[in-house]
Design a protein around this ligand. Structure first.
Ligand code: PAF
Length: 258
């Protein structure tokens, strides 16, 4: 059985996970649950888009066997007080800007694994840090679930697909395309321009559009997520970014290995 965990408001990124799961498993389950414990801001939890009827219509077009859309009480019959140790993987980037976020993700994903008992679970690489942290959680819990990472799906203008894109106005959506452009331009200079300078240039490029406010832009080791300060040809590298446009916070990343 394959599990595709989602928070709903399904888009083509989710569909690519569903298709991967249906191609690799006899049974595919999709969970739809906006998990309160992974939101560190009440306002963000409340404004997170919810479209269960549309989601069910979309899933009906695919050979999905189970849709699990539980009430919060089923996932958390009592408050979940578990604290996970991610060995520092959660202290940078998303973890630094969203304290407690990954603990909440681990709580809900581990509950899904207990309840649904999948063999494989599918996660998008758009949430790269989340994927690495879930792999660590699975190792620590000695869980047998195989974590399958799936590539980022982009809109025509390069914007990474995300449920949060629905919260953008048409103008903001245009501005958001600059994030992918910035990553692409930076990648062309990977290995050539020194990392601190490249980070500075990339942020400068982003801020030429006054709608964009960069929260972080890091070039990291893709195994231990440690920020890199100089280039070396060894090891995988990834550029990770979070940008705010109005009240909407978007993340993206790109493989910078060479
Ligand atoms: O990536 C997401 O949509 C969520 O973090 C997840 C994995 C479904 C847990 O709520």
């Amino acid at each position: 059985m394959g599990l595709v965990p989602t928070m709903g408001s399904l888009h083509e990124g989710h569909i690519s996970l569903v298709e991967k799961s249906t191609s690799q498993n006899g049974i595919t389950a999709v969970s739809i649950f906006v998990n309160p414990t992974q939101f560190n801001e009440k306002q963000d939890f409340e404004s997170y888009p919810r479209n269960l009827d549309d989601d069910l219509d979309i899933l009906a077009r695919f050979p999905v066997d189970i849709v699990f859309a539980p009430p919060a009480k089923e996932i958390y019959p009592k408050p979940d007080t578990r604290v996970f140790d991610f060995g520092g993987l959660d202290r940078i980037m998303e973890g630094e800007h969203r304290p407690g976020h990954f603990n909440g993700v681990a709580q809900v994903v581990s509950r899904f694994f207990e309840i649904i008992t999948p063999d494989r679970a599918y996660f998008g690489e758009k949430d790269f840090q989340q994927m690495v942290i879930i792999r660590k959680m699975v190792l620590d819990l000695k869980s047998s679930v195989r974590i399958i990472g799936c590539p980022i799906i982009r809109e025509e203008n390069g914007l990474a697909m995300s449920s949060r894109n629905r919260l953008l106005s048409a103008g903001e959506r245009n501005s958001a395309a600059r994030i992918h452009k910035a990553l692409t331009l930076a990648k062309e200079k990977a290995g050539e321009v020194e990392i601190p300078r490249l980070i500075e240039q990339t942020i400068q490029f982003l801020h030429e559009d006054p709608r964009l406010k960069t929260e972080y832009f890091e070039i990291i080791d893709d195994q231990n997520l440690k920020p890199l300060s100089h280039w070396s040809s060894a090891g995988g590298k990834r550029a990770c970014i979070a940008v705010k446009i109005g009240n909407v916070r978007l993340i993206d990343n790109m493989d910078f290995s060479f």
